[in-house]
Design a protein around this ligand. Structure first.
Ligand code: ASP
Length: 310
């Protein structure tokens, strides 16, 4: 079977001045992740590579470019999950780490736990020799300016979410040639979040989930809403009941909108290689690679295509 990799760069009202860089960033990450699959790498290796690329790109709210909390600090959340075994690793509120997704993978592979948080996550990073980076190496000028503008976090003002608080979390899902699926999600959370606030991204079944029996999902959007409806798992349960990946995503996002007035987006792959990128926010940068073709979009219902050289 053919391998597929899909990435997103966050569902929100992406301003025009960030639009092109967001699209270029997801296209590059999708190609980078797909190269791992093409070389015979696993879905797990591919989603980690794609998300690492997005964490390095200051346009996105993950790793370098992360949103700041009310104290002006960077606290990062990430999850990775292996659909073969339901193995999962996550970190939340971790500081001074360039690639939280790789630390999440280390939690999965080197501990008997699923999630480490805050100081514990940093102590673990130190114990396995993960280098720290100074906070300022993760902070972009844009985020420092936004932090100064939004010093007061209006908790629960969902209406303002798209306009102000949302930001470009990143994620990837993949199916490899063996039919194994995986997901990864990484974020700095929402701008001017309370110190210690953890959103959906590192929470299993919310910001991501992967199961070879149904598919892999990475979510983005208003974290408090995604947590309330366990969005990733909700999408997979619709797939288990016979819906297509696109229908399942639409139904679950619609439910989140109706039930808790939350907006967001999700990328999904099934073990048979079906995939979708769906959102209820104004925009979501996404890209997918399958069969030598790069698909990408930003606006609702936009689906552009580029042939890749083999
Ligand atoms: N879901 C993320 C959070 O609430 C934000 C985002 O997706 O942009 O932390």
């Amino acid at each position: 079977m053919s391998a597929v990799l899909v990435v997103h760069g966050g569902a929100w009202a992406i301003p025009n001045d960030l639009a092109q860089a967001s699209v270029e960033g997801v296209k590059a990450a999708a190609c980078g992740g797909f190269a791992v699959l093409k070389a015979g790498g696993s879905a797990l290796d591919a989603v980690e590579a794609a998300v690492m690329g997005l964490e390095d790109n200051g346009v996105f709210n993950a790793g370098h470019g992360a949103a700041l909390n009310t104290d002006g600090e960077v606290e990062l959340d990430s999850i990775i999950m292996d659909g073969r075994t339901l193995g999962c690793g996550a970190v939340s509120s971790v500081k001074n780490i360039a690639h939280p997704v790789s630390l999440a993978r280390a939690v999965m592979e080197k501990t008997s736990h699923v999630m480490l948080t805050d100081r514990g996550a940093n102590l673990f990073a130190e114990s396995i020799g993960v280098a720290t980076v100074p906070t300022e190496a993760l902070v972009t000028e844009l985020e420092r300016t936004e932090w100064k503008k939004n010093k007061t976090y209006m908790a629960g003002v969902v209406e303002d979410f798209n306009a102000q608080w949302a930001h470009d979390t990143v994620g990837a899902v993949a199916v490899d040639r063996a039919g194994n699926v995986a997901c990864a999600t990484s974020t700095g959370g929402i701008r001017n979040k309370m110190v210690g606030r953890v959103g959906d991204s590192p929470v299993i079944g919310c910001g991501g989930y992967a199961d070879n029996l149904s598919g892999a999902v990475s979510c983005t959007g208003h974290g408090e809403s995604i947590l309330k409806v366990t969005l990733a798992r909700l999408i997979l349960s619709h797939i288990e009941q016979g819906k297509s990946v696109a229908e399942a995503s639409q139904l679950a996002l619609q439910y989140m909108g109706d039930r808790v007035k939350g907006a967001g987006g999700a990328i999904v792959v099934s073990p048979s290689g079906q995939w979708s990128a769906t959102f209820t926010t104004e925009r979501m940068a996404w890209a997918a690679v399958e069969d030598g073709v790069l698909w990408y979009g930003l606006e609702p219902n936009e689906r552009k295509k580029e042939q890749l050289s083999q």
